[in-house]
Design a protein around this ligand. Sequence first.
Ligand code: ZN
Length: 350
Amino acid sequence: MTELASRLDDVAQRFDAAVDRANDEQALESVRVAYLGRNGEVTTVRRAIGTLAHNERPAAGKLINDAVAAMERRLQAAYEELESRSFDAELATSIDVTFPSIRRPAGSIHPVRRIIEESCAYFVRHGFAVVIGAEVEPDYYNFDALNIPNDHPAREGFDSFWISDTLLLRPHTSPMQIRTMQEHRPPIAIVAPGKCFRRDAVDARHLFQFHQVEGLLVAEGIHFAHLKGMLTGLCRELFGEQQNVRFRPSYFPFTEPSAEVDTTCPKCKGAGTLKSSPMGCNMCGGSGWIELGGAGMVHPNVLREVGYDPDRYSGWAFGFGVERLGLARYEVDDIRRFTKSDPGFLAQLS
Ligand SMILES: [Zn+2]
């Protein structure tokens, strides 16, 4: 038994050395045949079991089986090692892994989408909810409920796409203000982004389909200073810390008082002139301000229409054109660029 064990040990050692020396698959196969094959060295050792006493045979058989299993594992590892080495060699000769790859152009968020997302994120941080509504709405939500009755001349200002006598593509996102106020009691704090439609002739400053971001805050004790504070914050979020906001008196049927909102021209920083064009900044026409949209205190008639008591509640609303914000933010000369999916233009702004 001891003799068999030492013979087995000797076979295993020579087997290991032979595997180490084998440097291709053919050599490994020869080693396998010589040691583990039908007439290999292990078989010779196994035959010696017959010379042992009966009670020693099971232990000897186990010893040999264990040795065979270890040798097979060793052989398998050697095969895998060879395979990986030959793959590396092939890679080194046939593929230049340092060769620069072909870059697929990556998409980016559209500037209009980005302004909407950043504006909404600003208001959400201040506790506002984002509401999204339908693009086709009855005239009640677009006009009547906003203090623009059927014969009101202000309807002319919203040159709209009518679907039927009472249905139209919304010319502003204000229907969402009415719908939200009808469904909830104050306090209300919402921001409503979305597509709007007006029958405007398309030129460098106008589109018939554009985006708005509207905001509405209604609660007790809300006043104009809150509006100015929030809009100043929004402009600083979108354009930078140097921004200021200016209100000019205006008229809208749904707000009283009403204001046009301007912000510091981001190009000339409010100076009105540029070193490159001393005649005047071409973005703001030399005024140092650019127009963003309308705002004001919600008209008491609008509050009454949704069942709020105007003596108890007050609120403000604003509506900005997103593409207009984009013109100023990205110093774009033509609003139509935002609708032409020109990858070069979009990549510049990404
Ligand atoms: Zn300017």
